[in-house]
Design a binder for this molecule. Structure first.
Ligand code: PMP
Length: 390
């Protein structure tokens, strides 16, 4: 199968697999144990923290290892809501549910304002500026890269605006790491990341926080691990594997992103030519090299997905977390797409092993699928008026 659902998850990189196996076999002791074996595990854990700090250009003391981005996002929302009990949060309307739902739960709907995006799927800085100037906001959250469209968000400008008005700024950078340089984000108050989006293991991630502004930050209680900021036995093999994956992904991003983007652009040109009426969401904005949110002119996206699967391609109808409850993409809805267009949209997301030839074959398979579905529609409903795509 050719895999085009990398925004949902990626396979484990071999380097991560071997780091995991090494740590699991020789460093399996609990880093919190006072034994000398425990001390060795603890020293490796701190080495991983230093490595992540170096890769991200942050401080090791501001890194908390978590079970993933969902945990990190929940922890930030809970902490910030309690820090300023009467103030409001501004959160972009296209955030992942792991940001939207905790902020709604902990701040309450009355204290939450959803920042709109424009038609390209980019957060509206003009609105953010006005809302912050009106006062009463202590927390802003804007993701680095949207998981549905791949649109890169204006994080540096939003962070600067939040800082100007004394609000804390959180960036869910889950879809940034591994695709863009790990050190390319501004010095936010909080940054969340997740290993399984860049070739690390599932169930491992991190939160980076500003140790000066948010010195009291704590995500969990019930154990003194992670310097008292997050309770629970530390997953050292997962963390070691995550660092091996990020190290590799980061080196690749520096070398290969230009060629990767060119392959994706060529794919889009072919598809738009092959399937008249097709449209790419967010195409006027800067996007991650791996993501294409493709609106098709006809037929339900599930039918496209199943046909493509039979042709050997794994694609998606949208965010895996949203698909779980069957809800259509709230990102596309926030961009002003009507629900019929959302139901005809496929999310195609590549990863580091995707070759230009894979994109090329996917373009061919999409053209073939368009013809097959049109043919099928003409058979089941001769009055459908479907004209077979040449
Ligand atoms: N934020 C974004 C933007 C995501 O794409 C995801 C994964 N779907 C998450 C958060 C949740 O990450 P995790 O699986 O590590 O909890």
């Amino acid at each position: 199968m050719r895999y085009f659902d990398a925004n949902a998850t990626t396979p484990l990189r071999p380097a991560a697999m071997s780091a995991w196996a090494n740590a699991q076999s020789s460093l399996w002791q609990n880093p919190a144990s006072p034994s000398s074996a425990g001390a060795r595990a603890a020293s490796t854990l701190e080495h991983c923290r230093e490595q992540l700090a170096t890769l991200t250009g942050t401080r090791a003391s501001g890194i908390v290892f978590t079970s993933g981005a969902t945990e990190a996002n929940n922890a930030v929302a809970a902490f910030e809501a309690a820090r300023t009990p009467d103030a409001c949060a501004i959160v972009s309307a296209i955030e992942h549910p792991s940001v939207l739902e905790p902020v709604k739960k902990f701040f309450g709907a009355r204290r939450l304002r959803l920042l709109p995006v424009d038609a390209s799927g980019t957060a509206r800085l003009d609105v953010l500026k006005d809302w912050l100037a009106a006062g009463g906001t202590t927390f802003v959250s804007l993701m680095a890269v949207n998981n549905d469209t791949g649109v890169v968000q204006p994080v540096a400008a939003a962070h600067a605006l939040a800082a100007l008005h004394g609000a804390r700024f959180h960036c869910d950078a889950t879809q940034w790491f591994g695709k863009f340089p790990a050190g390319g984000l501004p010095a936010c108050d909080y940054i969340s990341g997740s290993a399984h989006k860049f070739g690390g293991p599932k169930g491992t991630g991190f939160l980076i926080f500003d140790t000066v502004r948010n010195a009291a930050f704590s995500g969990q209680c019930g154990g003194g691990q992670e310097h008292g900021r997050r309770a629970g036995t530390v997953n050292l093999p997962g963390i070691a594997a995550m660092l091996a994956a990020l190290d590799e992904a980061d080196a690749e991003a520096a070398e290969e992103n230009t060629a990767r983007e060119a392959a994706r652009t060529r794919f889009e040109e072919i598809v738009l030519q092959e399937i008249p009426g097709a449209h790419i969401h967010g195409s006027t904005a800067q996007r991650a090299w791996n993501t294409v949110s493709l609106a098709l002119p006809r037929h339900d996206n599930l039918r496209w997905m199943k046909r493509l699967e039979r042709l050997g391609f794994t694609v998606s109808t949208g965010s895996a977390c949203a698909s779980l409850d069957g809800s259509p993409s709230h990102t596309l809805a926030a961009m002003g797409c009507d629900s019929a267009v959302v139901r005809r949209t496929l999310r195609l997301s590549a990863y580091w092993e995707t070759l230009p030839s894979d994109w090329h074959m996917l373009a061919g398979a999409l053209g073939q699928t368009a013809r097959a579905l049109d043919e099928e529609a003409r058979h089941t409903d001769p009055e459908s008026g479907v004209i077979t795509v040449p």
